[in-house]
Design a protein around this ligand. Structure first.
Ligand SMILES: Nc1nc2c(ncn2[C@@H]2O[C@H](COP(=O)(O)OP(=O)(O)OP(=O)(O)O)[C@@H](O)[C@H]2O)c(=O)[nH]1
Length: 196
């Protein structure tokens, strides 16, 4: 596998939005246990995926709690192809802070880094505070995919990482595959073609 076939992907967002859970659910779905998430200190995990018949290695990095102290350094962002910016759909503040995380990406990220906006914990329907249409509007303004996920049930987790991989594939490799994302838990798929 060439270096160009490795996609470095970061998970960022406020503390406790479910970044580690998403990472573990995606990379090891059969062994996913919520109880082990808090005890696990993850740096990064790998998973191979296929796009247009070509295999790519996703190297997915977790902040391992550094964001609590706002000590994410520029080295974390170095060489990143894509960033999943995560918030918790039941916690308005984590959504309000998404703009700050976008600024961090601009400040430290490489030019043209791909982004996907992820609203996690969509299984907690009764406690939902962040309206998906507001998040979708924001993502549309930025020209990036938006998707709601649940690391607990697994809903849309694979789709979120695949949307990220598709973005990187198109932006960095020059592939033409459009991201097809099902943004809200249970809504019909949506094709995104107008990414800058
Ligand atoms: N209901 C529900 N709970 C979730 C979901 N994802 C994560 N959680 C819970 O939310 C809490 C925080 O999850 P983490 O995966 O540790 O979140 P994090 O963003 O990595 O947190 P830090 O390590 O502080 O950065 C844990 O108790 C998880 O079990 C989800 O999709 N639904």
């Amino acid at each position: 596998m060439n270096d160009s076939d490795v996609f470095k992907i970061l998970l960022i967002g406020d503390s406790a939005v479910g970044k580690t859970s998403l990472l573990l659910r995606f990379t090891d779905p059969n062994n996913f246990q919520e109880t082990s998430v808090n005890m696990t200190s993850v740096d990064y995990k790998n998973k191979n995926i296929t796009i247009d018949g070509r295999t790519f290695n996703l190297q997915i990095w977790d902040t391992a709690g550094q964001e609590r102290f706002r000590t994410i350094t520029s080295s974390f962002y170095r060489g990143a192809h894509g960033v999943l910016v995560c918030y918790d759909v039941t916690d308005q503040l984590t959504y309000n802070n998404v703009g700050l995380w976008m600024q961090e990406i601009q400040r430290y990220g490489v030019l043209g880094v791909s982004r996907v906006l992820v609203g996690n914990k969509c299984d907690l329907e009764d406690r939902k505070l962040v309206n998906a249409s507001i998040a979708q509007e924001y993502a549309d303004i930025l020209g990036i995919p938006f998707i709601e996920t649940s690391a607990t049930t697994g809903v849309n987790v694979e789709e979120a990482f695949m949307a990220m991989a598709d973005e990187i594939y198109r932006n960095h490799i020059g592939g033409s595959k459009p991201s097809v994302v099902k943004p809200v838990c249970g809504s019909p798929p949506r094709t995104k073609k107008n990414i800058c």
